[in-house]
Design a binder for this molecule. Structure first.
Ligand code: BEZ
Ligand code: FE
Length: 291
């Protein structure tokens, strides 16, 4: 089409979809909505050409910041609340099932497989508080679910995940456990501390542009999976942590907050946490690692 105007350009782009190559119904749906929303956004803010170029340069910097350990676009999506929204649209909570939340960029596939009760700690820190984490996994009818694979990962007491800290051993504070015949899981770890998401590249630029801070409350990440059940990607938050009410990635859900209690004499850890999960029957799906 020639001679598009401010009034006709949106319809012209939408009408061009699929004109010179086959596209699926889903591609058409996504691109139609994307073009309409994007054009409305440009009109709403009266986007200048200089701002358009700045945005392109910002995205180029974001791409250049990505490597096999850093996925800058997940961070940008998280800061804008897009990952948590996509998760809620994909996994609407039904009935008693546990709530999911964001995967984030720090998951690594194939963590060390450990026996029930084992520790994920490979390196000690002066300020660490050890914790015994345990609970039951049940189905929506309250029956124990045995043989559930549980991947856990967390930051170290210095606020860094192992794969972003050259001074931590490979796979420190990561492990894969399984529920026993009663649907019970347990592992030893350290109390996760609040930490800032990586903000030295474009994620930091965006946070400052939005007038937000980079911090997340202390949390333990979980992925629970078993054939015949919907894979649950979630996090358990420390009830005494800062930032529960202003998480930089909007991922805190009330139902995922747990109290880290002082452990009794029967345990060799400083603290204990009990947290139960409810899995919904359905098709399992892979959680995609950012690496
Ligand atoms: C995380 O919980 O590890 C995380 C989530 C979103 C952005 C950055 C980190
Ligand atoms: Fe995290």
């Amino acid at each position: 089409m020639r001679n598009v105007t401010r009034e006709t350009v949106t319809d012209a782009v939408v009408a061009s979809l699929g004109q010179h190559g086959e596209i699926s119904d889903r591609q058409r749906e996504i691109m139609t909505a994307l073009v309409r929303h994007l054009h409305d956004f440009c009109r709403d803010v009266t986007l200048t050409h200089g701002e358009f170029i700045e945005a392109c340069q910002f995205l180029a910097r974001a791409g250049a910041a990505c490597d096999d350990k850093r996925q800058e676009f997940i961070l940008l999506g998280d800061i804008l609340g897009v990952e948590v929204l996509a998760d809620m649209l994909t996994h609407p909570v039904e009935g008693s099932e546990s709530e999911s939340t964001v995967l984030g960029p720090f998951y690594r596939e194939n963590p060390p497989v450990l026996p029930k009760g084992a520790s994920t700690v490979q390196k000690h820190f002066d300020n660490e508080e050890t914790v015994y984490f345990e609970g039951h996994v049940r189905d929506a009818h309250g029956n124990p679910v045995t043989g559930v694979t549980i991947d856990v990962w967390e930051d170290a007491p210095n606020g860094l995940y192992e794969n972003h800290d050259p001074d931590q051993p490979d796979y420190n504070l990561r492990g894969r456990f399984e529920t026993d015949e009663n649907g019970h899981y347990a592992f030893r770890a350290v109390r996760p501390v609040a930490y800032p998401i990586p903000d030295n590249e474009t994620a930091g630029e965006l946070l400052r542009y939005m007038g937000h801070h980079p911090n997340r409350p202390g949390h333990m990440h979980f992925i629970l999976s078993k054939d015949g059940y919907r894979t649950l990607v979630s996090q358990v938050y420390d009830a005494d942590s800062d930032w529960l009410d202003s998480d930089s990635v909007f991922a805190v859900k009330e139902s995922l907050i747990a109290k880290f209690e002082k452990a009794g004499d029967d345990l060799d850890t400083d603290l204990r946490v009990s947290f139960d999960f409810v899995l919904k029957e359905g098709a399992a799906e892979a959680a995609l690692a950012a690496e």
